[in-house]
Structures are given as C-alpha cells and as structure tokens.
Design a protein. Structure first.
Length: 246
C-alpha cells in the first residue's frame, strides 16, 4: 500500500506499479494515475488533505514562543526553505530569498526559519542576526498555528499551516501539486511565485483560524484500503499440503 499526494514525484512510476493499493486525495489528477500505471481498481481516494488527518484535534502550545525568545506583540513570520536536492525540485529559489529579506528589514516582524538541512542552517545564520533558527527540534505545529504568516518553498508544511488557519504563501519552484492548487482555489494558500502577489505582514485575528475538517473520512479510506489488501492476500493463500506418510 502506498499513499501519495504529489503527482509530479518521479518515484511514483515505480511505487504505483508495485503497490496493490494507491491511496491519493480526491484532487489527485486521474491522468497522472494512468501515467504512473495505477489502474482504477487499485486506486482509493480520500477527501480533503492528508494534513487534516493528524491536525484535526490539534491545539497549539504557546510555550514554543518563549522557547525561541519571541516577542508576542510583534508579527511572527515562519519561513520554510525549498527542498533543495529533491528529485522534484529544480534547484535554488530566488523568490524565497527576496521575501525572507523583506521580513528581515522590518522592525515589527519576528522571523523564524526552519531549515531542512545543516547546510541550510549554516547559510541562513549568516544572513542576519535577527533571524531565529532553532538548533534543536521544536513544536513546529504550534509554531505554525501561532504564526501570523508563513512562507514556504515546499509542500507539506505549507499545507499544515494553511489547514491550521495561518495566512500561508507558497514560493514552491517545482510543478505545483493539485492539492496546493485546491488550497489556493479555496483562498487558504496564496501563490507568491510571481511578483504580482506580496506578503501581508500583519497580526492575524483569532478568527483567522479555521476549524480543521473531520478526519474520519480520510481514516476510513485508508483503513478500508489496507483491509481490502489483507483480505485479497488471504484469499490467494492456499493451505499447505501435508506430506503423505511413507
């Protein structure tokens, strides 16, 4: 069983063909499933976004703000760098750097960057002494939920932020996922990949947080797919023949 929500991942060509069930969101294009060799009989779809599965009952802990030494009265902007080196990402992302620098020159903005690699941490630490980069694992979900704005060059963390109700901007340089396009259509994610859109650095209101959708339909789709595969495998097994006595 494989579960995937990004239709431009080259590895889908292998995993979709080998899997007995391919679990994807409703927004996943049918044309991509066919191209990756996933026949309709093996495909299971779920509504919404996978991030809703584990964020439905989440409530943020404000302790993360004190842990990072952040001033509560300032605008909190969280940045997630691009997935440099990933198969689906073309390389550098100049737009991300531009937006990050826009935040760093503002006295009313507290900027936190969550690097993906040690190399990214070293590089961005040299950018400005005002940029907060944790040197250990933190409560990232709480940070995103408490942020006033989030800017990301990837996918999952952008969707987590959007699902939690934080104004979120994508600068993803690869081919946009259908799930991200759906969030943009819903107005929960903003496309910052061109100069036509700019980030609004301002405090968000309590009303900005949306109620996360019910995760039960997603869970039901996953458990049903796994159960069906188990039943199919069980029906194929034949009892071993006992050897005849000599």
């Amino acid at each position: 069983v494989t579960m995937m929500d990004y239709e431009h991942q080259p590895a889908n060509h292998l995993s979709f063909r080998l899997a007995q069930r391919v679990i994807v969101p409703e927004a996943f294009p049918a044309s991509s499933l066919r191209g990756f060799g996933a026949k309709p009989a093996k495909v299971a779809r779920y509504p919404g976004f996978k991030e809703e599965l584990y964020l439905a009952s989440f409530r943020p802990n404000t302790a993360v703000l004190d842990e990072l030494g952040l001033e509560h009265d300032r605008v909190l902007a969280v940045f997630r760098p691009p997935p440099e080196g990933a198969l689906y990402h073309p390389g550098s992302n100049d737009r991300f750097e531009v937006v990050l620098n826009e935040a760093l020159v503002r006295d009313d903005v507290e900027s936190v960057l969550l690097p993906r690699t040690a190399e990214q941490a070293r590089r961005y630490r040299g950018l400005s002494s005002r940029l907060r980069i944790p040197d250990h694992a933190i409560d990232g979900s709480s940070l995103l939920a408490l942020a006033d704005v989030a800017v990301g060059g990837g996918g999952t963390m952008n969707r987590e932020s959007a699902v939690l109700g934080t104004p979120t901007y994508t600068v993803f340089a690869g081919e946009l996922a259908a799930v991200d396009a759906e969030l943009i259509r819903q107005g929960r994610l903003h496309d910052l990949r061109s100069d036509a859109t700019t980030v609004v650095f301002e405090k968000k209101t309590d009303a900005a947080r949306d109620d996360v959708a019910d995760p039960e339909p997603i869970l039901e789709a996953i458990t049903t797919a796994v159960r069906d595969v188990a039943l199919e495998r069980g029906s194929r097994r034949r009892p071993r023949r006992r050897p005849r006595p000599s």
